[in-house]
Design a protein. Structure first.
Length: 701
């Protein structure tokens, strides 16, 4: 039975966002500072605030839906577990060799990030399978025991196991796993490639298995601590976590495969954007999510999320693109295609050795935070610059609940920029705003132009605590004509969790030509059926009753090195289904790469089955209750660059707008965040309470 209240929590680098949607469509939100020493405390504070507003105990919440960057941050900050790798003799250096890709062509001294497992902890064992899975050399079990003792002596917290061709025959990996569990401490996290990624490509499989091991102890400790903290506070409901693929999963299953939540937080916001966009009539959307530490972008086309299983995390920008790769750690798991850069409200401002203005990727985070927060931070940040520009309330944020000190922001910006250049304070602040936009443009291009899409064909949907402040100018640079800022934009990733499905998916290698004959189609159907049965069993379902089953095929032209994923149009493999899959593949190939081979032979690389169960139909959001107070319209001075200068700018809440467009400039100030409307733009509120900003039409392609 669906609980009366579902509550959602999204942890960001600076704030923890909480959202609760009641059965009658009332959205209640809270925004509290993140607590890096124990993130569970921030969640608990927010849940208690929501409970107080609803005048209800914690037991009212039957489900807590959760998204977090805990796994991503462990990788980006190199704070994961001390990890070892056990691999086939001769393949110790796969993580070093990677792929022959250099993401920065004009940086001859560029160095890729160090492998997550140092060479001294990458150990080989004698064993060998051929490409069909036949044993060439049996596994040396005594050698595995010796390797296990070596790793135990080195104090590893996690071990990854990846043998050659184990995706065809996992026998040797299972033997090694059994021995490692016998020899290593009970709390050592063991990640085995046949369970994490039973697919072709040695580097991607090894890297993904290592990422899973590297974040495993961190995620496990965090989630177990969160469960205990919530139980102690009286919450006895079900805890579900957002996966990178956009579906929810029980925390117990997340602990077993923690790499599935590396892009947990960004995925939640994109799910919410797809839902809101579909309801409001926007089918083609570029999402722009700017928080305190990072900025994220994703693409929604024809109301469908863009997914990928060819992703890189780390290396300055987390992304998936065939045109710009090689700088991060390969993660070949289903992920909503989200590009992420280190630019957010808390990103540090500095002048580099060449005299250039730089933003991030370092962030002041929640503590001490931007200088204006008055918690001891002295370094200037993007938030400090926006405060100097007049975009933020000079006295307090979040409708008066977060006090700020404008003088601290001015002093920090002068020290960081003005004292080292000939810029005035306003010029420096506007420069920071523009450079932050230029940095974040990389994220938007990574999901659009780098994937064969023109941004001007899309509407930008902006959210996150800082998304509304930067969206209009960013959209202008990309020739995007309309920006949408939804209700609850500052906590929108938490809102997105409320609309997500419970979901699980599995993939296996299946190397074969696209089946043309009946016998080949029956073999493919049998493979799908076996994978589907195993998936339903893992979800605790005797059959697929109540589940939505979706099948995918990874296809490529013969001779190609990479493949594209297409959904199958039916739950049974027939000649018509195969024909449609081929047509869908060619259409996607045309969109992504600009051409097709009309007579090219296609082949399968792998197959995937996803089982999902939606919540009871969530209501539409018809009312938002947030902290703080609803202020009357006022004015304050804000700076809009040399072209417009310092202008007296109306400041108001979105609910003081209506469907009649008003001319900018304007500052829309709310509890969850602030939206900036430049002087040459029009702004109005649509029937779904979205703030709509229309930019002037621009020339050019």
């Amino acid at each position: 039975m669906e609980p009366h209240y579902r509550i959602a929590a999204d942890i960001g680098g600076t704030f923890t966002d909480i959202a609760c949607l009641s059965a009658d469509g009332v959205l209640v939100t809270a925004k509290v500072p993140s607590t890096p020493h124990d993130y569970a405390l921030g969640i608990l504070t927010g849940v208690r605030q929501i409970a107080a507003q609803l005048q209800a105990p914690a037991s009212t919440f039957g489900q807590l839906l959760h998204a977090s960057t805990i796994a991503t941050n462990a990788i980006l900050e190199a704070k994961g577990a001390r990890t070892g790798l056990v691999t086939t003799e001769g393949f110790r250096d796969v993580l070093e060799l990677r792929r022959i890709r250099v993401p920065r062509l004009y940086e001859p001294l560029y160095q890729k990030p160090e492998p997550l497992v140092p060479r001294r902890l990458r150990l080989e064992v004698p064993e060998r399978l051929d490409a069909r899975g036949d044993v060439i050399q049996a596994l040396d079990e005594e050698n595995v025991r010796t390797v296990a003792k070596t790793l135990a002596k080195a104090g590893v917290e996690a071990v990854a196991v990846c043998f050659l061709h184990s995706y065809v025959n996992p026998g040797h990996e299972k033997q090694a796993e059994h021995i490692l569990r016998e020899e290593l401490p009970e709390d050592c996290f063991i990640s085995v490639s046949y369970d994490v990624l039973p697919e072709v490509r040695e580097y991607e499989r090894t890297s993904t298995t290592v990422v899973n091991a590297y974040v495993g102890p961190v995620v496990s400790r965090y989630l177990k601590g969160l469960v205990q903290t919530l139980q102690n506070a009286g919450f006895d409901g079900r805890l579900l976590m957002m996966q990178s693929s956009g579906g929810l999963l029980d925390v117990s299953q997340v602990i077993a495969r923690p790499a599935t939540v590396v892009e947990s937080g960004p995925a939640a916001g994109v799910v919410g954007a797809a839902r809101l966009g579909h309801v409001a009539g926007y089918s083609d959307i570029i999402t722009f999510d700017m928080g305190g530490t990072t900025a994220k972008a994703s693409l929604i086309q024809d109301s469908r999320l863009t997914a990928t299983d060819d992703y890189e995390v780390g290396g300055g920008i987390s992304m998936s693109s065939a045109l710009a790769k090689g700088g991060g750690y390969a993660l070949k798991l289903p992920i909503i295609d989200v590009s992420e850069v280190g630019a957010g409200g808390g990103s540090v401002v500095r002048i580099d050795a060449g005299g250039g203005l730089k933003i991030g990727p370092e962030s002041m985070g929640a503590m001490p935070g931007p200088a204006c927060y008055g918690h001891g931070g002295t370094q200037a940040t993007v938030t400090d610059a926006n405060l100097v520009l007049g975009y933020l309330n000079p006295h307090a944020l979040a409708s008066g609940t977060v006090p700020v000190n404008a003088q601290c922001a001015r002093d920090a910006l002068r020290a960081a920029v003005c004292d080292k250049t000939d810029m005035s304070l306003l010029e420096a602040a506007y420069g920071v705003h523009c450079v932050a936009n230029a940095t974040m443009m990389r994220a938007v291009k990574a999901v659009s132009t780098y994937r064969g899409r023109n941004p001007r064909d899309f509407t930008m949907l902006a959210f996150g605590g800082n998304g509304g402040m930067h969206a209009a100018l960013l959209a202008r640079e990309l020739n995007i004509g309309r920006v949408i800022v939804p209700p609850g934009a500052g906590v929108f990733s938490a809102v997105g969790l409320l609309f997500a499905d419970y979901e699980m998916g599995r993939t296996i290698a299946y190397a074969a030509p696209l089946p043309a004959g009946e016998e080949a189609r029956r073999a493919l159907e049998a493979a799908y059926h076996a994978l589907q049965s195993a998936l339903c069993s893992e979800m605790g379902e005797d059959d697929n009753a109540g589940l939505t089953i979706t099948r995918f095929a990874q296809l490529r032209y013969q001779g190609q090195g990479y493949e594209l994923s297409v959904p199958l149009s039916s739950a049974t493999v027939t000649a018509d289904v195969i024909k449609q899959a081929a047509q869908d593949f060619m259409a996607e190939h045309k969109r992504s790469y600009g051409y097709v081979h009309d007579n090219g032979h296609m082949e399968l690389v792998s197959i995937r089955v996803v089982a999902s169960r939606p919540p009871a139909r969530p209501p539409e959001i018809n009312k938002v209750i947030a902290g703080g107070h609803l202020a009357e319209e006022s004015t304050r001075m804000a700076y809009f660059g040399a072209q417009h200068g310092l202008l007296s700018t109306p400041v108001l809440h979105r609910y003081l707008l209506n469907d009649k467009p008003r001319q900018g400039p304007m500052i829309i100030e709310e509890y969850e965040g602030t939206t900036i409307v430049p002087p040459d733009c029009m702004v109005w509120r649509d029937a779904y309470n979205n703030v709509v900003i229309d930019l002037p039409e621009q020339g050019g392609a």
